[in-house]
Design a protein around this ligand. Structure first.
Ligand code: CA
Length: 360
């Protein structure tokens, strides 16, 4: 009986082997075929840090694919305006986009979860949640109706609270404050009595200079120095409670991705993953010297937000998250997933990362 079984299994395996050999021509990629893709971004062309991610992505893919995928990168406004990136890729005007999910909360409210949750995950935890904690699957489910496949596309690490032309000594100072702060952080500022504004990076300097806004968050020392915010703002506040570990995104048009043979799909995925980590490495190295330059060369007044202000912002953030979680069925699942991950990460990080920071 056992001999018969073994023989039968061998026969099945052999027939499978033959079958895959027969269809080998279907699986084997056409290495002659090339793909020309357009990539649109929400950043100015060749902008340091954030803007280097799409350029690196295009270069890596060209190198890894031996030129079979060529990606031309368009900065904000070159092919489409910054805030039309999502639609452009969704409709196939461009095959790839680079930006941040929280710019698209008008399309899908829960998109805010995938850039940053105020008082939520740091960069390390965010990458862990997305790639090993179920986050990416939820993100893909959320974007699926829009014909888009999201990939993590760069992480900045914890940001600064932002540049202010008004001192923040109490919650009273947030009332009426006009601040550029997108996503869930913006919802918290609105709830605190401020006026949150969403505008692309390229408009911030002038808006601060002319007093259209009183404050803006952007990224951290390295990117903020490049934008010259120290020339138009009085105070540089920390910590970035609203964006403790924000993640950027590559969005790929579903049909464009499906049209690629599997080896090229693997290259696109690996390039996104490499660029995502590379950005964190770059910021980790460059923020330090940029902070020194901001303080020592430009005399920037660096201040910590008062503890009671942070406590109140944390309370308001919990309210905002709670409401967003009740907005739709998928919002509820995302909120639950990210908050459970945060709880566990905090317990372990209390005796690892946090404990180590205190003793080194
Ligand atoms: Ca930011």
């Amino acid at each position: 009986m056992r001999v018969l079984m073994v023989a039968l299994i061998s026969l099945i395996l052999a027939s499978c082997g033959n079958k895959s050999a027969d269809t080998d021509t279907d699986i084997k990629p056409d290495t002659q075929k090339t793909y020309s893709w357009k990539l649109v971004t929400t950043w100015p062309k060749n902008y340091p840090g954030l803007g280097s991610a799409p350029e690196n992505f295009a270069k890596k893919i060209a190198a890894m694919s031996g030129g079979r995928i060529k990606i031309k990168v368009f900065g904000a406004g070159q092919l489409v305006p910054a805030f039309e990136v999502f639609d452009a890729v969704s409709q196939g005007t461009a095959q790839v986009g680079h930006g941040a999910a929280y710019y698209w909360t008008g399309k899908a409210k829960a998109a805010g979860f995938f850039t940053s949750v105020p008082f939520g995950l740091n960069a390390q935890e965010m990458n862990g949640w997305l790639h090993y904690g179920g986050g990416l699957e939820l993100w893909r489910e959320l974007y699926s109706p829009f014909n888009l496949i999201p990939f993590a596309g760069g992480s900045t690490g914890v940001q600064m609270a932002g540049w202010f032309n008004r001192e923040i000594n109490s919650m009273e100072d947030i009332k009426g404050l006009k601040m550029r702060i997108p996503g869930l952080g913006g919802d918290v500022i609105t709830r605190a009595g401020g006026v949150s504004v969403t505008m692309p990076g390229g408009e911030l300097y002038t808006s601060m200079q002319t007093g259209v806004i009183d404050a803006t968050e952007w990224v951290g020392p390295y990117n903020d120095l490049a934008f010259g915010f120290h020339q138009v703002a009085k105070y540089y506040y920390y910590p970035g409670w609203h964006e403790p570990g924000p993640i950027l995104e590559f969005i790929v048009n579903k049909e464009a991705y499906a049209s690629l043979p599997s080896d090229l799909q693997a290259i696109v995925e690996s390039a996104a993953r490499a660029v995502n980590q590379d950005m964190l490495d770059e910021y980790t190295a460059r923020n330090n010297s940029a902070l020194v330059e901001l303080v020592e060369t430009h005399g920037v007044d660096v201040r910590k937000l008062p503890d009671d202000v942070l406590t109140e912002l944390r309370r308001l953030s919990a309210e905002v998250l709670d409401e967003l979680g009740q907005d739709s069925e998928i919002s509820g699942r995302i909120a639950q997933s990210v908050m459970e991950f945060k709880k566990q990460a905090m317990e372990y990080h209390a005796i690892s990362e946090e404990a180590y920071y205190k003793v080194r």
